[in-house]
Design a protein around this ligand. Structure first.
Ligand code: BGC
Length: 730
């Protein structure tokens, strides 16, 4: 077993900005999120975030048009569970604080912070804060404050009543950065009951009509207590946050800080056991990888009704919205380590089908469904259609993820209840949305006026990525549908499908047009891409990046310039569609025009470079990716962590350096590319009810079957039967 690095502290991050620390060290459990904001000053605190708890506000259009989305959706900042007020015996507050250390133990989810807190006279006390979030009874959070004298010895007043007068998202106004959040004003907050040891408040949203009850409980001292500091004392508070007006489930007295810690510890033990990713020979990367996986797990809605926001529950950036980020960047990790989480994330999409069908109709497509580009509840909420609704590929992304989930799990129950319906409705969308045209005497199927993944190119014809995703979507509907027609005719009938409909999907898929660039002999990003001039990179100072904050979108759209991987992402997802030599040409071309202004870019370039055998090159992208938030590479970690990129770093290790793929016959393939900087690395993968442990070092690859039946596996092109252990020289 390799040595995991599981303690993250202040020295491991490159910036002491309070907002960055608050986001990086935040605790969450897929249901609620609590940033590590300063409990004394509350600086940068977005309060408590509950997954799926949002408020509507009307979108104001200067020039409205038909079927533009009517409402924003914004995740609500609920009152902080950490904020505390400390007063000296003269009722002067201790309101200056300095963080001395902070450490997050990834093995058990416990966070410890040490602050030096002072009053106006400069008298000091030490405050240690230990906190944990419950990973089993998701409504609970526990926090223990320990006070010790430094230069102040007198009496200390500790007030842990909620500060409920603050507005939502105080201090984060409507700004020009589209990645930030907006103010929500239509929230009401009431105290329901309050006694010496307990305070219960209720928060209601006016428009979305949601409500949350927060119960705070002090296990020993009163909520407002006065004690002599002497050698020091501790106070522990337990919080319960439940949706709805009444508190449901386990009562606060039935839980305790110790139990919360125990539940959390057990959860993390299972996570690490199931999803090992440990590097030997580089502690910094070893730790960063564990941190990324920790935050990925923390962010994930587990109930089939909630998803993963682009920033998880670590900040309010992108307003708590879910994007394609989940399916393309985060789901792979869950599919191959914890399929149950993956299943629930896909079921969330199923629950949004009603909105998706409505959206398709609004766009003139009578049969089928179009999923929201960005949303909390599944309803499209973006006001800027060129970089949202036009990104029709979201349909194909979800279908792709369903295909991959099924390939790795054989979960027929999921497919029959949820998966096939999504595949079918999205395939129907493509059929009606696309059009037959004649090119060079051949009838071909095209998708016009779409935006691909690269948001610096919009509203183009035949985006290569989109066309590939649509092809895959139509083929999946065909193959899964044919199987179901034989095994479970009822499902097939319920959805009103027929074999001739499936054959039509197949026929369309077989005739989709893919743009090529004849000069470079590479896939063209879209029909018009190569008729545009290349962005004047040599005249663009570093300070003008990301371009989206400095140039009008139309200014960007008329050039060849990529915000993120687009055609290269398609190559990554469909390796069988491209030869090695074309991939090399394509990678070189698109790399020179890609800014990586989106955090969804570098990880893909890394994984593809590794596949091409350019391991040093891949490693350079990877080192940026794996520590992207720890170094604040994008400059906006304070708005929340970049969840897709966290998943991307896992993709790089598993699908890049371990070269993991699933062959067209459904066999797991490993093609190792060990970075020169590492001695070895170890990963664990769940695949078709087996758990595999894989260690790749300089001389060999070892695969151990930890559980499940023997299986066929391909290592370095040679097929082997894995019964217990295989060792192959690299
Ligand atoms: C990227 C999108 C992504 C979104 C949320 C944007 O900057 O271009 O691809 O879905 O961020 O992470």
């Amino acid at each position: 077993m390799h040595n995991r690095k599981l303690i993250l502290s202040l020295k491991d991050i490159n910036s002491n900005k309070k907002g960055n620390i608050a986001a990086i060290f935040s605790l969450s459990n897929g249901y609620m999120g609590i940033q590590a904001s300063d409990p004394i000053t509350g600086a940068n605190d977005v309060g408590t975030l509950v997954n799926g708890f949002f408020e509507y506000s009307p979108i104001t259009y200067g020039e409205p048009a038909a079927f533009y989305p009517k409402n924003n959706q914004t995740i609500v900042s609920l009152p902080s569970l950490r904020k505390i007020r400390l007063l000296d015996e003269n009722n002067h507050s201790f309101n200056f604080s300095e963080l001395k250390n902070i450490s997050l133990d990834l093995s058990n989810g416990q966070l410890t912070e040490v602050y030096e807190v002072s009053n106006q006279g400069g008298e000091k006390i030490e405050m240690t804060v230990a906190s944990a979030i419950d990973q089993k009874k998701l409504a609970f959070y526990g926090i223990k404050f320990s006070f010790k004298p430094i230069s102040y010895q007198g009496k200390l007043v500790v007030d842990k009543h909620y500060k409920i007068e603050r507005k939502n998202n105080d201090g984060v106004g409507e700004v020009e950065d589209p990645r930030k959040t907006r103010l929500v004003k239509s929230i009401s907050k009431h105290i329901i009951s309050s006694d010496d040891f307990r305070e219960v408040i209720k928060i209601e949203t006016k428009e979305s009509q949601q409500s949350v009850t927060i119960e705070g409980y002090s296990t020993s001292e009163k909520m407002l207590t006065k004690r002599a500091l002497k050698t020091g004392f501790d106070i522990t508070y337990i919080y319960k946050v439940s949706e709805g007006v009444k508190n449901k489930g386990v009562s606060i007295e039935q839980n305790s800080f110790d139990k919360i810690k125990e539940h959390s510890h057990k959860f993390w033990e299972d996570v690490w056991n199931q999803s090992e990713v440990t590097v030997s020979g580089n502690d910094e990367i070893n730790l960063a990888l564990h941190f990324n996986i920790f935050q990925l797990n923390q962010a994930t809605g587990r109930d089939g009704k909630t998803n993963i926001a682009a920033k998880g529950l670590t900040g309010s950036g992108y307003e708590g919205h879910t994007f394609w980020d989940t399916e393309m960047y985060m789901l792979p990790y869950f599919i191959y380590t914890n399929p149950e989480f993956a299943r629930n994330l896909l079921i969330y999409r199923y629950h949004t089908l009603t909105f998706a069908r409505k959206r398709a109709k609004e766009l003139g497509i009578k049969h089928g469904a179009l999923f929201a580009w960005r949303s909390i509840n599944g309803e499209e909420t973006s006001a800027y259609y060129p970089a949202s609704t036009a990104a029709y590929h979201i349909n194909g992304d979800i279908a792709y993820a369903i295909g991959k989930y099924y390939e790795a799990t054989d979960d027929d129950d999921f497919m029959e209840k949820y998966g096939f319906e999504i595949l079918l409705e999205t395939a129907r969308f493509w059929r009606e949305f696309g059009s037959w045209t004649e090119k060079g005497g051949k009838k071909q199927f095209e998708f016009l006026t779409v935006t691909g993944p690269d948001e610096y190119t919009a509203m183009v014809d035949n985006n290569y990525f989109t066309n590939r995703m649509a092809e895959n979507n139509l083929k999946l509907a065909y193959t899964v549908g044919l199987r179901l027609a034989k095994s479970n005719q009822k499902v097939f009938d319920r959805l009103n499908s027929s074999e001739s409909e499936l054959r039509e999907f197949h026929h369309i898929a077989d005739n989709i047009y893919f743009p090529m660039n004849a000069q470079y002999q590479i896939n063209a990003q879209d029909d018009s891409f190569f008729s545009k001039p290349v962005w004047p990179f040599n005249k663009t100072p570093k300070t003008k990046y990301p371009l989206l904050l400095h140039y009008h979108p139309l200014n960007i759209y008329r050039y060849q310039v990529n915000k993120q991987a687009d055609t290269i992402l398609a190559d990554f997802l469909f390796p069988e569609t491209i030869t090695d030599s074309q991939l090399r040409r394509e990678f070189e071309y698109y790399e020179t025009i890609t800014t990586h202004d989106s955090s969804l870019s570098r990880s893909i370039f890394s994984a593809v470079a590794a596949r091409m055998g350019k391991v040093n090159h891949a490693y350079r992208y990877f080192t940026d990716t794996v520590r992207l938030d720890l170094t604040d590479l994008q400059g906006n970690t304070e708005d929340g962590l970049h969840l897709a990129n966290l998943g991307g770093s896992w993709l790089d290790v598993v699908q890049g350096f371990a070269g993991m793929q699933v062959s067209s016959q459904g066999l797991l393939k490993i093609i190792p590319h060990l970075p020169a900087e590492w001695d070895s690395f170890q990963i664990r993968l769940a695949f078709k009810k087996r758990l595999l442990d894989i260690v790749i070092d300089k001389s060999q690859t070892q695969i151990v079957l930890l559980s499940g039946d023997p299986m066929e596996i391909v290592i370095n092109q040679s097929q082997q039967t894995l019964t217990k252990i295989i060792k192959i020289n690299n």
